[in-house]
Design a protein around this ligand. Structure first.
Ligand code: AP5
Length: 223
């Protein structure tokens, strides 16, 4: 599986990617998670990224492309990948295409996760994450088994700095201005599919897998 998930902040990209990873073995390549890991390590890259991320602004393309390519070059990515948060603008989309072409690969599908803005804002206000393993919870819809603790590693859960209302507003603006226009880059290539992300994540994952199976069937029939 080689796919990209699109959708505004809080649409459920990370949550649905988590479900797909469990079901298919493809890796979840989330540039936001990769950047947050650099911030935690206090690497040079992390230091440059941090202030931009906290404000909700995009990190320079060269930094993001480098960490994404490094992730996709790791052996476990051979089983496939689910891109979350990348590409985010035209330059990143073109670079991704060149990178995949060099490997003799292409994207099998691009999925636009659709959910209403009011619902998304409610989701973001309730999101808590594990700073160690990046597991995603929600105080209302997906609480951890023990309050405030990660189910997987027991670490204390936190709110993301960029889930403050001011940063959420900037992230929405960046999405509308820079990322949403990319949908028109993928539509003419016949890769783009809308997916309802307003109800359960399992159901959205089912929809994605059904579409992919149909695409593969059609490609096989063509020979
Ligand atoms: P990133 O981490 O990619 O943030 P984002 O795109 O704003 O997306 P989110 O992670 O906020 O939301 P999501 O759609 O994954 O929702 P989630 O599944 O968590 O990027 C952060 C920053 O990094 C950027 O602002 C930028 O600075 C930088 N960056 C990253 N990539 C970059 C790039 N390519 N170029 C430049 N800069 C880059 O769900 C949200 C909540 O809703 C959770 O609590 C979840 O439990 C709940 N929820 C989700 N789905 C459901 C459902 N179906 N039902 C009920 N609850 C649900």
């Amino acid at each position: 599986m080689r796919i990209a998930l699109f959708g505004p902040p809080g649409a459920g990209k990370g949550t649905i990617a988590g479900v797909l990873t469990k079901r298919t073995g493809a890796i979840h390549a989330a540039t936001g998670d990769l950047l947050r890991a650099e911030v935690k390590k206090q690497s040079e890259l992390g230091k440059r990224a941090r202030s931009l991320m906290d404000k909700g602004e995009l990190v320079p393309d060269s930094l993001v492309i480098a960490i994404l390519e490094e992730r996709l070059n790791q052996p476990d990515a051979k089983k496939g990948f689910i891109l979350d948060g990348f590409p985010r603008n035209l330059a990143q989309a073109e670079e991704l295409e060149r990178f995949l072409r060099r490997r003799g690969e292409n994207l099998e599908g691009v999925f636009d996760l659709r959910a209403g803005e009011e619902l998304i804002i409610r989701r973001l206000s309730g999101r808590i994450i594990c700073p160690a393993c990046e597991a995603i919870y929600n105080i209302r819809t997906l609480p951890p088994k023990v309050e405030g603790k990660c189910d997987r590693c027991g670490v204390a859960l936190i709110q993301r700095e960029d889930d403050r209302p001011e940063a959420v507003a900037v992230r929405f603006r960046e999405y509308r201005e820079q990322t949403e226009p990319l949908l028109e880059y993928y539509r003419p290539q016949g890769l783009l599919h809308d997916v309802d992300a307003g109800s359960g994540a399992e159901r959205a994952a089912d929809e994605i897998l059904t579409i992919l199976a149909r695409r593969r069937g059609a490609a096989a029939a063509k020979g």
